[in-house]
Design a protein around this ligand. Structure first.
Ligand code: FEO
Length: 411
């Protein structure tokens, strides 16, 4: 990639994690993702967030710095908004090139700078709201924004240019092209792509910290933000309010209601549970509620989380397996607990052989999610006509409930 001038004296540098990798070692990124880094030049020069120490990323960022006349020798400050290694992995090596660089980070980041990087000197812990004057009308202001995404996260605001460097917040999956770095350079298809990838990024990475997102948004609401520069995804130059409003909406789904949509997740051993899936979906569609459908273990949990997060209704189709839940569904429910997929209208159906057990375990496993369940449809062996009819009926009932519960319009 090439460096891009955002405004006079402010530059974006970036690399792309290629499709096929797993983000955080967990999450599928079939279209990759970018890691962005920024330079602000006044009389002094600051780098805001670095990059992962992986592949040719350090060489690529070094080359992009050279394009704008920046080298480690003339960098005065490294602003570490976040210590997760996708942004700080190169910090240890980078600092050896100029040990006089001052690291600015939050108080909570200091022990991580020590332990991840072995750096103990020239580390400055910021105070919330503190400023750093780089000269030539470039003043950085720092804000503690804990847990968006780790406890030590902060954001940096360039006061005169009104640019927010938000690190993980307002970011998305998806590779960024040199010719489409800014929101106003994107086609409507590209906007649609980044909208989906921002939701998936939120559901995978940020969702469990939604209460902190709401606090962070409140804190930032007093700033006149004209541009948002996240550390993943595109820069919001023309209309930063779009992504701020989306984040406010995504965070609100924690308490519900989310959108008037239903996500159906199902798994089946020998096809007996599978037989009811189409009936449930017909019932939902009879009320004109959009449906997202996933089968486990075949479909990817990162995608399931995104649609489940934005859906007010959840349907789980699974048989009993060894007196408990079908294991791939147990994994989904475990991730729903970790990511706080809470406050949903829900319905479960499924078969059993010798005895039940899935229903009881599901009740225990969803206790903390505050889901409001319709009566389940459960049967021994193969489903009969009565179960098929009941599946349609429950699908419809759930759709009606979701319509009443979720009045929010979702784009
Ligand atoms: Fe992109 Fe939480 O790191």
């Amino acid at each position: 990639m090439k460096s891009v001038e955002i405004t006079k004296g402010v530059y974006r540098m970036g690399v792309n994690i290629e499709p096929g990798n797993l983000f955080e070692g967990i999450w599928s990124i079939p279209d990759g993702t970018s890691i962005n880094s920024y330079v602000v030049k006044g009389d002094k020069t600051a780098v805001i967030d670095l990059t992962q120490n992986k592949d040719d990323f350090p060489r690529s960022i070094t080359s992009q710095m050279e394009e704008i006349g920046v080298s480690p020798a003339n960098i005065d400050y490294i602003i570490v908004n976040h210590m997760e290694p996708d942004h700080s992995g190169w910090l240890r090596k980078f600092r050896t090139k100029n040990p006089e660089m001052e690291i600015y980070c939050s108080q909570k980041a200091v022990p991580l700078v020590n332990e991840f990087c072995g750096i103990f000197d020239h580390v400055h812990a910021i105070k919330d709201g503190e400023t750093l004057d780089l000269g030539q009308g470039k003043t950085l202001q720092f804000f503690d924004t804990p847990n968006i995404h780790w406890p030590e996260t902060m954001m940096t605001f360039l006061v005169e240019d009104k640019i927010l460097f938000s690190c993980d917040a307002f970011g998305s999956y998806g590779e960024v092209d040199d010719n489409a770095v800014f929101d106003d350079q994107l086609s409507s298809d590209q906007h649609e792509f980044f909208k989906k990838e921002a939701l998936r990024y939120y559901a995978n990475i940020v969702a469990s910290f939604s209460a902190f997102v709401e606090r962070g948004l409140k804190k930032l609401s007093g700033l006149d933000i004209r541009m948002i520069c996240p550390s993943h995804g595109i820069i919001w130059r023309e209309n930063p309010a779009v992504i701020v409003e989306r984040y406010a909406r995504y965070a609100s789904y924690l308490k519900g209601p989310a959108c008037a949509e239903i996500t159906v997740i199902w798994g089946s051993m020998y096809g007996n549970t599978a037989k009811l899936v189409s009936e449930v979906i017909k019932g939902i569609r009879s009320e004109k509620i959009p449906v997202h459908q996933y089968r486990v273990p075949e479909d990817d949990i990162g995608f399931i989380l995104a649609d489940a997060w934005k859906s007010a209704g959840i349907v789980l189709g699974m048989p009993t397996y060894e007196y408990q839940m079908f294991p791939p569904m147990a994994h989904v429910i475990d991730d729903f607990n970790r990511k706080k997929v809470q406050n949903k209208k829900a319905f479960r159906f499924g078969s059993y052989g010798w005895s039940g057990g899935a229903e009881k375990e599901l009740g225990t496993a969803t206790e903390k999610l505050h889901w409001d369940f319709l009566e389940s449809v459960e049967w021994q062996g193969a489903p009969g006509e009565a179960e098929m009819k009941m599946a349609f009926q429950r699908g419809r009932e759930l759709a009606v409930l979701v319509k009443e519960f979720a009045s929010k319009a979702c784009d």
